[in-house]
Design a protein around this ligand. Structure first.
Ligand code: ZN
Ligand code: ZN
Length: 351
């Protein structure tokens, strides 16, 4: 067999499943038979024609950076992996040069040449039957970790990185704005580190899931509950030690984060703002808020996320609500886009 089915992104909502050659693993590479690939919030932004990661009719592209599967073939010189082994794949857009100042400091996700191999920009192509990755980016999964859970390790690694940026001692209070996958994975990571979490969301269902999945101690329903009052009660009037903006609503959530945080506390933006957010700086000044932006993660944080999954400290399977075959990828994107209607949390493509 030399051909495969693969999704090609022609810009916005134009996604076509096409027949393409199965790539051959070069030296140091591994061919992965994709078992599951998650639709990321960034993928949905592009589907809606928003955000920085768009394809176009002139320049179609491939996507799918949250993936896990089985090793299908090994390139020359690859050791330590075997055909048939189950692996999670660290995304290729985080490949780095290894030599620039951020790379030397271990912050390889801030590499100026991030996602480049030579002059070619690379990205994982998990919305397909097969994908290639450098051997060092394929991480064997323990038997009890499902491929579906392995596929969303990327989301957990973002949570681990956010936690590392703002490291708060056990017992600290965290308010997480947003009950999507990033909010829930962040909540699980925070709670596994001993933080107490109040999580806000737009639907009762997503908040019920947050509690069931161990992502929150308490929840507040936006538009029904008084979030400020709930946060005040949760923090005994002090304000939250940490607020994570995992939803990035331009008119609302950055300002709200500053309002909810305790004086001297940390706000970390984990969502992706599609346009400039509203922020009245005076309150941030008065409180001397430390404002962080969380962008991806470094490889050790991916490994920490895998350890959290392997030790059952976080529950990834609980977050996976929808699964679609590759041929129905557009339907899957619509479910991921219209979460209030579909009640989707994480949507997976299983090619
Ligand atoms: Zn992602
Ligand atoms: Zn670099």
């Amino acid at each position: 067999m030399t051909s495969q089915r693969a999704a090609v992104f022609h810009g916005g909502r134009d996604i076509r499943v096409e027949t393409l050659p199965i790539p051959e693993p070069g030296p140091g590479e591994v061919l992965i038979r994709v078992g599951a690939a998650g639709i990321c919030g960034s993928d949905v932004l592009a589907f809606r024609g928003l955000g920085p990661w768009q394809h176009s009719a002139d320049k179609p592209g491939r996507d799918g950076h949250e993936l896990a599967g089985e090793v299908a073939a090994l390139g020359a010189g690859v050791t330590g992996l075997t055909v048939g082994q189950r692996v999670a794949v660290e995304p290729k857009h985080l490949i780095n040069c290894g030599g620039c100042p951020p790379c030397t400091a271990g912050r390889v996700h801030l590499c100026r040449r991030r996602g480049y191999v030579g002059d070619t920009h690379v990205t994982s192509e998990g919305f397909a039957e097969y994908d290639l990755c450098p051997a060092g980016r394929a991480h064997p999964l323990p038997d009890h970790v499902s491929l579906a859970a392995g596929a969303i390790l990327d989301c957990y690694a973002c949570g681990v990185h956010t936690y590392n940026l703002v490291e708060s001692p056990p017992g600290s209070t965290a308010v997480i704005l947003g009950a999507g996958t990033m909010g829930l994975t962040m909540g699980q990571v925070a709670r596994s580190n001993g933080l107490k979490v109040l999580l806000t969301g737009m639907t009762r269902e997503s908040l019920d899931l947050a509690v069931k999945a161990g992502a929150a101690d308490e929840v507040a329903l936006v538009g029904v509950d008084d979030v400020a009052a709930a946060a005040a009660e949760f923090t005994q009037g002090r304000g939250a030690d940490l607020v994570v903006d995992a939803v990035a609503v331009p008119e609302v959530t950055l300002q709200q984060s500053v309002e909810l945080v305790t004086p001297g506390g940390h706000v970390c933006v984990l969502g992706v703002y599609p346009s400039p957010p509203r922020l009245e700086p005076h309150l941030a000044y008065v409180k001397e808020v430390s404002l962080h932006w969380s962008n991806s993660y470094a490889p050790p944080e991916y490994v920490t996320a895998l350890d959290l999954l392997a030790s059952r400290s976080v529950n990834a399977d609980a977050l996976i609500t929808h699964r679609y075959p590759l041929d129905r990828i557009v339907e899957a994107f619509v479910a991921a886009e219209e979460k209030d209607r579909s009640l989707a949390m994480k949507v997976l493509i299983q090619p």
